[in-house]
Ligand binder design. Structure first.
Ligand code: UD1
Length: 360
């Protein structure tokens, strides 16, 4: 059996890192295609090195562009790869433009698609990620839902075949990584911070990062928190932070370049609170028992909110400050991990290996 894994953005490298060794152990010949959606060293290479992800067989170098152009350019470059490789299945992850582009090309070539993280919904179609999720799910043959909530979302949309609730590879990896962390990770020394005393912040989504007024309101709130703030800055927001004088002497905000995966888990695990618009970090905070404030009005990880470990603050400065100081929840954590999500995914793929083309 031969598969093609298409990745391009940070969260996909993390997910592919979990699946790649299990695919390989099962005798599935998988080749990685990297679209180049993320291309800076600290947004891409560092993940391949640290998480020992196999080298991509194809690097497409698409880079940044507006939504339609980026997606279209990826499709143009993915199509010849799939024509040449004729895989039995294309594996895609999550909700990025890379996911959508690969799914569209594979579907038009009648190649079965396996979507890892199927069925997640924020029900906010102003987010490009929501469009990408919905379309990819409706084109996929194997829908690997992380939770029963995600499976129910698919059912409600009439997607009822090929849905498997398998768990969440990012939760498995966060657990495993956190268990191996040293008690005093090097990054705390680098920032001269003690455990449980700071807010860890990331912002990258178009909705927040392209709205200068909203971004300024958020940064204003971070300055009112009354605790040190570590801001791991996506390249998209770095120029705005620099223009606002973030990180200058006397500012409570410490600005750092994007962190590696292990550094991110260490930063979350030792924080007092996580403040973010990232989907992945909302879950990782919940896994590591750190309260989270999400800078959005919706989330696709509703169980984090229902459990009380995550709250939606939008971009309202007062809400951000007061919710960042809320007491630690005493409710159970929303996620459990048995570390076997990737094995379940691969065994579904192995069981249905004959004849794959008929499944599409
Ligand atoms: C993308 C995904 C988002 C995912 C996120 C993870 C879409 C629509 N969005 O958002 O779902 O959660 O990745 O990080 O697919 N840039 C660089 N260097 C890089 C990458 C990006 O400078 O290595 C800058 C460019 O100016 C670019 C901007 O960041 O225009 C946004 O990059 P893009 O790939 O469009 O989306 P992300 O915000 O990273």
């Amino acid at each position: 059996m031969r598969t093609i894994t298409v990745v391009g953005a940070r969260p996909q490298f993390v997910k592919a890192a979990v699946l790649a060794p299990v695919l390989s152990r099962s005798g599935i010949a998988d080749s990685i295609v990297h679209t180049g959606q993320h291309y800076d060293r600290n947004m891409s290479d560092v993940f391949f090195d640290e998480l020992e992800i196999p080298e991509p067989a194809y690097t497409l170098g698409v880079g940044s562009a507006p939504q339609g152009e980026q997606t279209g350019e990826m499709m143009c470059r993915i199509e010849p790869v799939l024509m040449r490789e004729q895989p039995d299945c294309v594996i895609v992850y999550g909700d990025t433009n890379t996911t959508l582009a690969a799914a569209l090309v594979a579907a038009k070539m009648s190649i079965p698609i396996a979507h890892v993280e199927a069925g997640c919904r924020s029900f906010d179609r102003t987010m490009p990620e929501e469009i990408n999720r919905v379309v990819t799910d409706h084109l996929s043959s194997f829908l690997f839902a992380p939770t029963e909530v995600a499976a129910a979302n698919l059912y409600a949309e009439g997607v009822r075949n090929g849905v498997h609730v398998v768990g969440d590879v990012t939760i498995d990896l966060a657990h495993a990584t956190a268990e191996r962390l040293p008690l005093a990770p090097a990054i705390l020394g680098r920032w001269q911070l003690r455990r449980g005393t700071y807010a860890f912040v990331t912002i990258h989504r178009a909705g927040t990062a392209n709205d200068v007024v909203a971004f300024e309101r958020i940064v204003g709130a971070l300055r009112q928190l009354g605790m040190p703030v570590v801001f791991a800055a996506h390249p998209r927001v770095r120029p705005m932070l620099d223009a606002m004088g973030a990180g200058l002497p006397g500012d409570p905000i410490m600005v750092t370049d994007p962190l590696s995966y292990v550094e991110t888990i260490a930063a979350v695990k030792n924080a007092r609170v996580v403040i973010t618009d990232s989907g992945g970090l909302q879950k990782e905070a919940a896994v590591l028992a750190i309260p989270c404030v999400t800078l959005r009005d919706t989330t696709e990880w509703i169980e984090t909110v229902r459990s009380g470990w995550n709250v939606l603050a939008g971009t309202d400065p007062e809400a951000i400050v007061s919710l960042a100081h809320r007491p630690r929840p005493e409710t159970p954590l929303p996620y459990v991990s048995d570390g076997r999500t990737a094995e379940r995914i691969v065994s579904v793929l192995m069981e249905s290996r004959t004849p794959m083309q008929e499944i599409a």
